[in-house]
Write a protein that binds this ligand. Structure first.
Ligand code: GRF
Length: 196
């Protein structure tokens, strides 16, 4: 066991099923813990999930998550809480350059497609699955990648695939993708945290 546990901040804007999978996975971990959750949406479902699990929740308004923002509030929170690793789990916002630089190699994101396909502006949540189905893809999947200044363009760490079935709807495909995310994201984060 290390002197101090690796402290993770999870960033989320949605329902928080990935955030929950991470919290459960690390709940009894010797060296890694989910310390807090930060959202840019005050009423996102993730707040209730995290509160139920005893994880402190913070909301930082959307003006901090814009290109050109100094990200002072974010940085102060991360520093005060001694955060080692920032894990985006369904987070819809831009990570200010100052934070990307301060946490280089220590910010990861999960995207619900096989990047570089179906990434970039407007490609989030059901929009991704709709586009995949509209293009008659037979395979989709997940990508876990480092966060850089450019949306969905950081170095890819891990990918996993699943089938796209002929009768899939965006919802049925999203459910299959979520299963894959919950299965793999905690392990990939663990590996990364262990190597810090
Ligand atoms: C996930 O599919 C993730 O890949 C994407 O947004 C979704 C968030 O789901 N970025 P949840 O909020 O973790 O349930």
């Amino acid at each position: 066991m290390k002197d101090k546990k690796c402290r993770i901040a999870v960033l989320a804007s949605g329902e928080g099923s990935n955030a929950e999978a991470l919290v459960h996975y690390f709940a009894t971990h010797q060296d890694i813990e989910v310390t807090l959750m930060v959202s840019n949406k005050e009423h996102a479902g993730v707040h209730a999930r995290m509160k139920r699990l005893g994880i402190p929740c913070h909301t930082i308004g959307k003006q901090e998550w814009q290109p050109g923002s100094a990200g002072n509030q974010i940085r102060t929170l991360m520093e005060n809480e001694g955060i080692d690793l920032i894990v985006l789990a369904g987070f819809l916002g831009y990570i200010p350059e100052t934070i990307v630089k301060a946490y280089e190699g220590r910010i990861v994101n999960i995207h619900p497609s096989l990047l570089p396909k179906y990434g970039g502006k407007g490609m989030w949540g059901h929009h991704v699955h709709e586009a995949v189905i509209a293009a008659n893809e037979t395979v989709s999947g997940i990508t876990i990648h480092h966060v850089s200044e450019k949306l969905d363009e950081g170095t890819i760490i891990f990918q996993a695939q699943c089938e796209v079935l002929p009768n899939d709807t965006p919802d049925s495909l999203a459910a299959r993708i979520h299963k894959l995310e919950h299965e793999h994201y905690p392990h990939v984060v663990e590996e990364l945290a262990t190597r810090l």
